[in-house]
Design a protein around this ligand. Sequence first.
Ligand SMILES: Nc1nc(=O)c2c([nH]1)NC[C@@H]1CN(c3ccc(C(=O)N[C@@H](CCC(=O)O)C(=O)O)cc3)CN21
Ligand SMILES: CC(C)C(=O)C(=O)O
Ligand SMILES: [Mg+2]
Length: 269
Amino acid sequence: MTTTRGLRERDRPITMLTAYDALTARIVEAAGIDVILVGDSMGTEVLGYDDTLAVTREEMQNRTAAVVRGTEDALVVADMPFLSVGVDDSETIRNAGRMLKEAGADAVKLESGPHTVEITDRLTQLGIPVMAHLGLTPQHVNQLGGYSRQGTTTEAAEEILSLARAHEEAGAFALVLEHVPANVAGQVTEALNIPTIGIGGGPDCDGQVLVLTDVMGLSEDQPPFAEQFGDVEAAMTDAVDAYRSAVENGEFPSAEHSHVEESVDDLTE
Ligand SMILES: Nc1nc(=O)c2c([nH]1)NC[C@@H]1CN(c3ccc(C(=O)N[C@@H](CCC(=O)O)C(=O)O)cc3)CN21
Ligand SMILES: CC(C)C(=O)C(=O)O
Ligand SMILES: [Mg+2]
């Protein structure tokens, strides 16, 4: 079993992948992934929203509970959705605490910035492990104007490094680095003791994370840093199409899927 402490002691890259329900969590755990992130990417990937901002705490908590039910002992991290963190501290603590207490998550992830240093410290002290997240933070899409690469100047990279140090100091157990240059992610990784987990951050992070639907070939828009490792959409389409045509052709259900009960008389006599 992977623990938030044990993550640091791996001798190979950490693997993290998103899952959004018991079904996908069961598959991801069985495939040997170290950490399951119930990402707020759920909003665009399975709930049909245009971005992640509309996702609610209830939705994230319900899906986190489903992921926990679908796994045996995977390390499950619940992503805190837009405005479930930061409005005020007691609300943030309650929202994060419910992910552990009610949904059974092992840790929470917050999209980080200067405003999350203190709350990361507070949550950690209360016993809620925090995964930090710097670089591209998609909940800031309205300020960023898109999902562009972050930390592309020395000044911007220094800001990421300084926030990374501050969150490590505040007690974060790991740091996601999203869509930053590989040399920036590499230097941040070098400077920290906690593990970094990159998504679009190059090979020098301590681990990697991707969105499950990108990996499986089930997403409508794939970021440039993602890789499609399978074509599950084609497999699902084939199965649905085969079912539809078998029903339309009268091939399904066949005798083996049907049962005739001889003891029932002709009902129209
Ligand atoms: N399927 C999926 N995969 C993800 O990795 C992901 C999501 N959804 N939703 C939430 C965020 C959004 N992410 C994204 C989405 C798009 C780009 C992208 O296309 N970037 C281009 C265009 C940048 C621009 O808008 O200016 C790039 O060249 O950087 C990057 C990250 C990463 N996350
Ligand atoms: C891409 C990962 C890091 C994430 O935050 C998500 O899936 O919501
Ligand atoms: Mg997220």
